[in-house]
Design a protein around this ligand. Structure first.
Ligand SMILES: Nc1ncnc2c1ncn2[C@@H]1O[C@H](COP(=O)(O)OP(=O)(O)O)[C@@H](O)[C@H]1O
Ligand SMILES: [Mg+2]
Length: 284
């Protein structure tokens, strides 16, 4: 069982090492990085490469740890008890019929090891990671309503992602293997673009990457464009058949490119970029 990236996903050597280390240690892999650096996709690709099913749990600000284990649907039970006749009473009596299994439970009872993605854990409130410590550590939890102990049949490979919006508790960090996906440098980015657009014209690619990194390098940018934004933009450039020359001024300086709205998503950033281009013109 070794993860080596795939034909659809460019994994740097240190990322591969991290995935395999987490698998060896049997610890959750905690992946941090800017939005759009391929964290969610990593879990999908690991599952695909290792031929394991993928269970995904996308975290929102309102998500509670308990929802990953199970939920007791008291409302349905009450409704059933009011509406059902004698034959329904049997169902209502058995509380098990109203226990809804969460993603962790599904992962624990799967008949083979799965990849369990807990996506964007930093979206939830601060207690969320701590509330999951025991379950992730011991790979078991107790269902009070039915007095059942649920134990994992196989330890899932847990991948946890964070966009770094909140700090995670120390006790939680201690149990994870950590990897930070650095923003790809030009060469890696070129490889990622190649995966998505094989056969892209080299001059267009070079000019687009040049503009992209120039934009990202602007000091004071509110929201730096990420990999996914670059890919969107390239898709548009290709669809509109935009020539490479439009992206650069005469002496190879960056100009305000067409469809820049794919890269910059607010007016302050756009103004900043336009200023840079004007300054370049001035300096010629
Ligand atoms: N290393 C990579 N190899 C191939 N595509 C990538 C890579 N990193 C990012 N992408 C592209 O960027 C998009 C966004 O990635 P995603 O996993 O959603 O980022 P995140 O979860 O970190 O916000 C993906 O759909 C994919 O098309
Ligand atoms: Mg994501």
């Amino acid at each position: 069982m070794k993860f080596e990236g795939s034909d659809q996903y460019v994994a740097t050597p240190d990322l591969m090492l991290a995935v395999n280390a987490a698998a060896t240690l049997q610890r959750p892999l905690l992946i941090k990085g800017e939005p759009g650096t391929g964290k969610t996709m990593l879990a999908e690709e690991v599952a695909r490469a290792l031929n394991m099913p993928l269970l995904q749990w996308h975290i929102k600000s309102t998500t509670k740890a308990q929802q990953g284990l199970y939920e007791y649907d008291a409302v349905s039970r009450l409704r059933d008890s009011q509406l059902s006749g004698i034959e329904g009473a049997e169902k209502v009596r058995n509380i098990e019929n109203y226990i809804v299994k969460g993603v962790l439970w599904q992962a624990f009872e799967a008949d083979r090891p799965v990849v369990l993605l807990i996506d964007e854990i930093d979206k939830a409130d601060i207690e969320f990671p701590n509330d999951l410590l025991r379950e992730i550590d011991r790979m078991e939890f107790y269902v009070y309503e039915t007095r059942q102990l649920i134990k994992a049949r196989h330890r899932p490979l847990v991948v946890i992602t964070s966009n770094n919006e909140k700090e995670l508790p120390d006790a939680f960090l201690r149990r994870c293997f950590f990897h930070y996906i650095k923003f790809p440098e030009a060469k890696t980015m070129q490889a990622i673009v190649d995966v998505h657009f094989p056969g892209l014209k080299q001059d267009l690619l070079a000019a687009a990457l040049r503009t992209f990194f120039e934009v990202r390098g602007l000091p004071g940018l509110k929201k730096k464009p990420s990999t996914s934004e670059l890919l969107d933009w390239l898709k548009l450039l290709v669809a509109e058949d935009i020539p490479a020359e439009t992206l650069l001024l005469k002496d190879d300086k960056v100009s305000v490119p067409p469809l820049v709205g794919a890269l910059l998503k607010n007016e302050q950033d756009l103004t900043l970029f336009e200023k840079l281009v004007q300054m370049q013109r001035h300096n010629r």
